[in-house]
Design a binder for this molecule. Sequence first.
Ligand SMILES: O=P(O)(O)O[C@H]1O[C@H](CO)[C@@H](O)[C@H]1O
Ligand SMILES: [Mn+2]
Ligand SMILES: [Mn+2]
Length: 407
Amino acid sequence: MKRVIILLLDSFGIGATPDAHLFSDEGSNTLGHIADHFDHLFLTGKRSTPLNIPNLNQLGLGLAAKEACGSYPRGLSFITSPIGSYGYAKEISSGKDTPSGHWEIAGVPVLFDWGYFKEHTDSFPKELLATICQKAGLNGYLGNCHASGTTILEELGEEHIRTGYPIFYTSADSVFQIACHEEHFGLEKLYHLCQIAREALDEGKYNIGRVIARPFIGEPCNFSRTGNRKDLAVLPPSTTVLEKLSTEKTGEVVSIGKIADIYAHAGITKKIKANGLNELFDATLEEMKVSTKPDTLIFTNLVDFDSVYGHRRDVLGYGEALEWFDNRLPEILSALNEDDLLIITADHGCDPTWPGTDHTREHIPVLLYSKSLPPKALGLSDTFADIGQTISTVFNLSPMQHGKSLL
Ligand SMILES: O=P(O)(O)O[C@H]1O[C@H](CO)[C@@H](O)[C@H]1O
Ligand SMILES: [Mn+2]
Ligand SMILES: [Mn+2]
């Protein structure tokens, strides 16, 4: 039996890429700056340890980070003999968004330019808004701007409840996001509205990667987003390794968390919904226990690193979540069969110390671990697609067009 398990820590970058200046992200470093912060807390007596992630470090994370940005993350002990193969990768896709990162990992980089809503206010074209309102029978909308998804609820959540108008917003990513109250507006009504927006964007050829439903609950001054987020993505531009596995080998491709949505369900054979790091982690472990089909890929996206900590610029929360993950990592390692391959990686950066609330253009870590694989230094991957090519090699699929196998 051959299985590949991918744990994707959404936004866990390890240092700016050479093209980061094109995104105003030169010097960004998600892991590095979190480690700096924790080291400072330790040295000033506010924490009993620096950033404490010994298991990731043993897998070669510190060494990969050193190669990616020039310095070992502060406070981590220097490891000379990691137990895993470690490397780092840069991105050839044009954007630093979630679909681009995930698709490139699956062997399909985004070599075209997405459409973006670049204006920070009055962000969406009038004719697009008119079409959506007409098709959805809406008398109005709120927002129509760039925003952080939690800040905009504080600003407009109350007015949304009072008027019944949905909140439309975007970011530096190729997204059209819609926030509505689950009870006052209704969840199904929100999903329906997102579908209308998706169709209007496609018909208008705006080339927008995702429409995202952002449901929330609560009262003014106390709103919170729920786990019923839904991403309506366009299809990847060509066949991903996920699709190849499910068609060439009739293998099992298990999505845990938002993976299925990100790939527009293409190639996914089993979908497991889970919210929050704990549930996502438990679901991954459970799937590793019950999956018996040969040629299985279990792919988990741990979105909270990005949506709860990275975009919120919560350095402490991000670091503590990393420590939580690291502490549970041995459970995954001991659930691995002899010829399973574990891949720990990310899709882009989201440095919580960086100005603004957007992603950062960074290298991703590429940590491979298998009981049957002697550890080695993998060096720099010129594209995230090396991961897809590696998976294609493991399952003996036809080669992907991009990337080289790391095995
Ligand atoms: O600020 P929130 O709503 O979390 O939105 C963020 O999440 C979106 C999708 O990952 C990004 O484009 C960014 O805008
Ligand atoms: Mn992401
Ligand atoms: Mn994000």
